[in-house]
Structures are given as C-alpha cells and as structure tokens.
Design a protein around this ligand. Structure first.
Ligand SMILES: C[S@@+](CC[C@H](N)C(=O)[O-])C[C@H]1O[C@@H](n2cnc3c(N)ncnc32)[C@H](O)[C@@H]1O
Length: 304
C-alpha cells in the first residue's frame, strides 16, 4: 500500500519503468512463452538482420540470458551501417544479457570457437537467403540458397540438446518451395516435425529484412510462409553410428547394446547431471569407452 502511494508521486514514465522492473523480478523464475519459444530454452539465432527477432523474444521474456543472437554481418561495418534500428536492438539485447556474435557463417557453426561446445534447445534461421544474384527461379541461385541451408543444417544438427529443434522460417510458394528444405534436412539426419504458419504479428517489433543489396534495410512481402521445425531422426543417427562402429570391427549386436546402455545412462540421469564438457574430459569414468567412441556416443544420445 505504502509502496503504491510512493509510486503515485513519481512521474508516470518512472512508474512504468519501476513497474516493469518489479514485474520482471517477480517473473524471473517463471517460464514465459512467445509462440514456439520459451524463456527456459537455450536459443541460438543465426543470420539475423537488424536483430529485431531476437529483440522481440528477449523483450517478451524480460531477459536474454538464454539467447545467443548472431549475424553474418560484422558489427561496425555492416550491421549498424545497414540497418537503422540495429544499434538500438543490440543495445536492448545487451542490456537484457544476450550473447551477441557477428561475422558468424551459418554454414560453419561447428568451426566457431564460441559455439562449437554449446548445445541448444532451439536453433533458428529466419528466412535464410544467399543474396540477390538474379531471378529467384534461376536454378543456379536456387542451388546457392540450398547450399546455405544445407550447410546450416549440417552444423546445427550437431548442436542440439535432447529434444532440441531447428527452426527455419521460409516461404511456401514457388520458387522458394523448390529449395526443398525437407530433403536437405534428411541428408543431415533431420526430419520435419511440424510446419506452422509464420505470422509476423506473433513477434512484436520484428521486421523481416531483405538483408542484401542497396535496399537491405527494407522488409519483403512474406505472403504464405511457415516455420519449419526439424529434429534429429533418432533412427537415422543411430544407424549411422552403428555403421561407423561396424566399420571399426565391432559386431552390430555389441554396438546396439553399447548405444542403448549409454542412452539409458544419460536418460536415467547419471550422465545427464554432468556437463557435456566433463563427460568428454573424463570419458572412462562415465562410460568406460575410448575417448573417440565416448564422444560419438554422447553426441548421438544427446542429439536424440
Ligand atoms: C532475407 S535476410 C533475413 C534476415 C533475418 N533473418 C530476418 O528474418 O529479418 C537473409 C539473411 O541471411 C543472412 N545470410 C546469408 N548467408 C549467410 C551465412 N552464410 N551465414 C549466416 N547468415 C547468412 C544474411 O546476412 C541476411 O541477414
């Protein structure tokens, strides 16, 4: 009561800031959702334009400590110069505790020193596009776009936590449907889990950017588009692993036993409680495997 009286004496803008602070304090431990994304998810975004999508999530969550947002563009030369709202979006993200990376090539995620050891619940690439190099229906340009998405899937598929998902927002109609996202995903042991209509209005503040050329800061017409959600195909991945093991001289039976043993160890919590780094550092202590096999097994089971 006394607090309310005190607040009423202060100017309305300050009250709003204080109310918001109080609101976020109260909600710090509460899970907040924005469409498919939760404040409890570890989220990696790649190929951001003006960072308005990341900013929309962070603002809704009231914190960005679970968000790592990245762009191919470098900070000073590209992002800030290309997009008029980038600077303020980045400031907001920083204030809310986001990790921000620039110059991140989505096709080389596993080579990135800040990313290669991390695992995420959601890896998002909204409207991937390799740039404006002629007509979108040209087969050579479609090949370029497909190369970008394929490279992204390859790296991102190995960065997922258990039940993790890769999300790609993409147009449904030709020529964009000719990129055939599902086929590219399958080649990386990923399967389509769901395809949900993408509505920009679900993400307040988000502005989809062209990202390239003289009109890079302009939005483009989204029309009929969706969020394509992919997850690792357990069977495909396990088969791959089995094949590798068999190639290494181990019988299929032994290999299957090995996979299911480590899988149950992880899921029953024994290995789940320790960090992936520790699991890799002390392989024998936990799975009694050679370091190489241990690493492979943990990656596989974690990805599933
Ligand atoms: C159509 S824009 C979409 C931008 C942003 N995701 C959005 O939704 O507003 C395509 C984006 O893909 C990015 N891009 C192209 N090639 C990339 C690569 N190899 N790695 C990371 N991002 C890439 C561009 O920098 C550009 O920001």
């Amino acid at each position: 009561m006394r607090k309310k009286q005190k607040l009423s004496k202060i100017s309305s803008s300050v009250v709003t800031t204080m109310d918001m602070k109080e609101h976020f304090e109260l909600n710090r431990d509460r899970e907040v959702w924005l469409k498919h994304y939760s404040s409890n998810h570890q989220i990696l975004l790649v190929g951001e334009g003006d960072f308005s999508f990341s900013c929309s999530l962070a603002t809704r969550f009231g914190s960005a400590s679970n968000i790592c947002a990245s762009s191919l563009d470098s900070y000073a030369d590209d992002v800030v110069r290309k997009y008029k709202k980038a600077s303020s979006n980045l400031k907001t993200l920083k204030r809310l505790g986001a990790s921000l990376l620039h110059g991140v090539d989505a096709t080389k995620l596993k080579q990135h020193t800040d990313l290669n050891c991390r695992r995420y619940d959601r890896v998002i690439f909204n409207f991937p596009h390799a740039g404006f190099h002629g007509k979108e229906s040209d087969s050579s340009l479609i090949r370029k776009h497909r190369g970008l998405v394929f490279g992204f899937f390859q790296g991102a598929s190995r960065m997922l936590r258990a039940n993790g998902e890769i999300h790609v927002a993409h147009k449904n109609k030709a020529p964009f449907c000719h990129w055939n996202l599902e086929e590219l995903a399958n080649k990386c042991s990923l399967v389509l889990k769901q395809c949900v209509a993408f509505d920009k209005k679900d993400y307040p503040g988000y502005e989809n950017k062209r990202g390239d050329g003289s009109r890079c800061d302009r939005t483009f017409i989204l029309g009929d588009c969706s969020t394509f959600k992919f997850h690792v195909a357990k069977e495909l991945y396990t088969e791959k692993l089995k094949w590798r093991q068999v190639k290494g001289g181990e019988s299929k039976r032994e290999c299957t036993k090995r996979v299911s043993r480590v899988s149950s160890e992880i899921h029953s919590g024994e290995l789940g409680r320790i960090s992936p780094r520790e699991r890799t550092r002390f392989p024998y202590r936990y799975t009694k495997e050679s370091p190489e096999r241990h690493h492979l097994l943990c990656q596989t089971v974690q990805a599933n």
